[in-house]
Design a protein around this ligand. Structure first.
Ligand code: NAD
Ligand code: MG
Length: 385
């Protein structure tokens, strides 16, 4: 039985992970669950899975969470706040599912890596912000990083380590999001419209990132660090059907691709069971029903976010941290009705311009720079009112 921890168990990835685990209950033992504020769901997950450790980040829900869980599971340790999360991240698991949203997931993931736990990572922001240092830490501690993000999971499956020098390029596909075919003025886009993704049901932050295409820019950066390629080797291709998730092109002319239905439980199942495969989805991918697979180049004029991400990556690690922080603030501000949709990418660009690039040498420096970039982004948002 694999001993599992789920950081972010009440989110879209967390819920899908529990669904996959329940499909094969004799293979996995969930020891630890972590969530921020949805304590009711966390309590029911903890009791159902009979876990040993629970962390509810928001302290206002701590007493209720603890008493409800301990009524049924008297020996379960219930903790709260960031310090509680770090305490359970220090336990060694066979696999930690890193599914917190935003840079908030980075230090918990690094702590888990340092404890020797393998990581199935959905939390792309922690790779984006942790960059080479994140990958180095995994190598140093001899732990595996298995990407859950569907495109990276696809590339991971077909990335031939023995042919690294024969890899010409990789391609991450993108559905194009809700506005790929729309002529709507970006200033008029409502929160509900932006959250309405055509192919995937996801958390709010990544849904907005998909609507601005920042998600694909962040994924390009994620792939750059994960697969240790040159920036020019990473392509983005619009593929509205979301059936092909990633392609690796080899120098002999072979292009390997991974196809599946757009269902995150498939890459999650792969990541949980890696390196073997376990039966999960019995409903077959029927290409005759899908009938056509279409491909388009990204529209850089309409979506300037991808070029902004490319530029930040060329500038280096510190610009990438600022970009991510500004995006987190801008997305939250849009969701709260403080700014219009068209301002999201503009604010990110303004924040990057205001922060001079510098060398980053520790995780503490990443957190400091993230904080500074957030403050600048907050100031710009306040002026936008
Ligand atoms: P979500 O908003 O649905 O869930 C986020 C989870 O993180 C929740 O359980 C929440 O309680 C927890 N959380 C939030 N802030 C926290 C904090 N400060 N400390 C501890 N826990 C905290 O998000 P999601 O859609 O599940 O996405 C999670 C991550 O996976 C993101 O990085 C996203 O980019 C990535 N991802 C998601 C999908 C998807 O299909 N949803 C696909 C690919 C990648
Ligand atoms: Mg993805």
């Amino acid at each position: 039985m694999k001993k599992i921890a789920i950081f972010g168990s009440t989110g879209s990835i967390g819920i899908n992970s529990i669904n996959v685990i329940k499909n094969n209950p004799n293979l996995f033992e969930v020891d630890t669950l972590v969530a921020k504020s949805n304590h009711r769901l966390l309590i029911s997950q903890a009791i159902e899975l009979k876990v040993k450790n629970v962390v509810i980040i928001d302290e206002e829900f701590y007493q209720e969470t603890k008493s409800e869980i301990n009524k049924k599971l008297p020996n379960c340790q219930v903790l709260s706040s960031f310090s509680g999360l770090i305490e359970v991240a220090k336990i060694k698991y066979d696999l930690v599912i890193s599914a917190i949203v935003g840079i908030a997931g980075m230090i918990p993931s690094i702590t888990a890596i340092q404890a020797g736990s393998n990581i199935a990572i959905a939390n792309k922001e922690s790779i984006v912000c942790g960059a080479e240092m994140f990958i180095e830490e995994a190598k140093k501690n001899q732990v595996k990083i298995i990407p859950i993000d569907s495109e990276h999971n696809a590339i991971f499956q077909i990335f031939e380590k023995e042919n690294l020098d024969k890899i010409s390029s990789i391609t991450l596909t993108a559905s194009g999001g809700p506005f790929f075919n729309s002529n709507i003025d970006f200033a008029d886009i409502s929160v509900a419209q932006a959250l309405n993704h055509p192919n995937w049901q996801m958390g709010k932050k990544i849904s907005i990132d998909s609507a601005t295409m920042m998600n694909k820019g962040l994924e390009m950066i994620e792939a750059f660090y994960l697969f240790e390629l040159k920036q020019e080797q990473i392509n983005i291709l619009i593929h509205p059907q979301s059936i092909i998730h990633g392609i690796v092109e080899y120098s002999d002319g072979s292009n390997l691709a991974v196809m599946s239905k757009p269902d995150m439980r498939i890459p999650i199942s792969y990541s949980l069971n890696y390196p073997i495969r376990t039966a999960f989805d019995q409903t077959k991918l029927d290409l005759t029903k899908i009938a056509k697979l279409e491909f388009f180049p990204p529209n850089d004029k309409k979506f300037s976010s991808i070029n902004l991400c490319k530029e930040a990556l060329r500038n280096g690690h510190s610009s990438v941290i600022s970009l991510n922080a500004a995006n987190e603030i801008a997305v939250q501000s849009f969701l709260e009705g403080k700014i219009s949709f068209d301002k999201i990418v503009k604010i990110i660009s303004q924040v990057i311009e205001k922060i001079e690039a510098k060398k980053i040498t520790s995780f503490a420096e990443i957190i400091d720079l993230d904080k500074r970039a957030r403050e600048i982004a907050d100031e710009i948002v306040a002026k936008n009112k």
